[in-house]
Design a protein. Sequence first.
Length: 26
Amino acid sequence: MKKNFGKQTFMYPMPVLIIATYDEDG
């Protein structure tokens, strides 16, 4: 998941960050 996250962050830093934060928050 960390590897994929790194790749996704490079492709979509903003959306991934928002989704990750939203998913983590619930």
